[in-house]
Design a protein around this ligand. Structure first.
Ligand code: GLU
Length: 331
């Protein structure tokens, strides 16, 4: 019997066409349109299509992702073999990571999109959709958490990052590399990752806002004070190097941690936040002593997704946050 794959389309470049020659492309195509453009899909699986949103991925909200997560749970309970989610690449890493945290399912959850819209020569959407459906139908892609399939590579949601504004090979998983690949329509899984869903569940408060502040040379800490004053309930800092700040920013962070949880991530885009190397004011040792929570290997945007969902789930104390970040930031 053929597998059943549910293709859920949220919009993005893969679904974009021009309104006319003056304006740029906007989300237009539905999941049904995307599937119709790749006739081979019906040979691989019985495809069911769903188009809950049709937006650029910059317009997606956490609420939209929770809606999608609930829909995926429902489809899984109805016997879906695997899920393919198509959306804009700008926030794929956040959606895929959020689903990795929210869904405790064995079926493959595969996110894909396109860098070249359907009006461009060499549009990559159809090939990415084909690859995603092949992975979503494949038994070896089960129990790996959510995945991003792009450009014939299979990435774990917890590692993958968009690294280029326009290149079709934009998605990278440094330093682990993709966990697999596609070759002549064959799915190859080279390394397994354990699923790591959040133990917490139930979203109680979607009005909580978590800010993210990237620090630079000579930062005076104003943005950090402003974020607290503006009512953000949590803050992620993309600090310099292994987790370092100016003296002024360190003072602002000292004030901030009195009121809200503050997570220390690195702006470098790779490696783990340090914990016990540097001793200067504004060093990682100083900032952790001030009460910041180390993000480990989670980059700023992933740390913001984790902190946001944890805060949405209800009361959580500092020790529990440290434990969650230790768990998710080291796997
Ligand atoms: N480059 C993005 C994409 O590939 C822009 C649009 C979006 O993220 O929705 O889809």
């Amino acid at each position: 019997m053929k597998p059943t794959v549910d293709v859920i389309s949220l919009g993005g470049t893969i679904a974009m066409k021009g309104k006319n020659t003056t304006f740029g492309v906007v989300p237009t195509l539905t999941a049904e349109d995307l599937v119709e453009a790749v006739p081979q899909l019906s040979e691989i699986a019985k495809i069911r299509t769903h188009s809950p949103f049709n937006v650029p991925s910059a317009h997606l909200t956490f609420g939209d992702i929770f809606t999608v997560a609930d829909e995926i749970k429902r489809l899984a309970a109805e016997g879906s073999t695997g899920i393919v989610l198509t959306q804009g690449t700008d926030t794929i890493e956040e959606t895929a990571y959020a689903l990795d945290l929210l869904l405790d399912l064995d079926i493959p959850i595969v996110v894909t999109g396109a860098m070249r819209n359907p009006t461009r020569p060499g549009a990559d959407g159809p090939a990415n959709l084909l690859g995603a459906v092949l992975v979503a139908s494949h038994p070896s892609a089960r129990s790996l958490g959510s995945l991003v399939v792009f450009n014939d590579e299979i990435h774990a949601a917890r590692y993958v990052r968009k690294t280029h504004t326009s290149n079709v090979s934009t998605f990278r998983s440094d330093p682990a590399g993709p966990i697999g690949w596609l070759a002549e329509d064959q799915v190859r899984i080279a390394q397994k990752v354990d699923r790591l869903p959040l133990a917490r569940s139930g979203i109680f408060d979607q009005d909580i806002r978590v800010g993210i502040v990237k620090l630079g040379l000579g930062d005076d800490g104003t943005m950090i004070d402003a974020a607290v004053a503006a009512g953000y309930r949590g803050l992620v800092i993309e600090a310099l190097g292994g987790g370092h700040t100016s003296i002024s920013a360190a003072s602002a962070l000292d004030r901030a941690t009195v009121d809200i949880p503050v997570v220390l991530a690195s702006r470098t885009g790779a490696g783990e936040t340090l914990t016990n190397t540097y001793g200067f004011e504004g060093s990682e040792i100083d900032l952790l002593a001030k009460g910041l929570i180390p993000a480990g290997r989670l980059d700023g945007c992933r740390a913001r997704v984790l902190l946001t969902i944890l805060l949405f789930c209800g009361e959580v104390n500092k020790e529990q946050l440290v434990e969650e970040f230790l768990n998710h930031g080291t796997h």
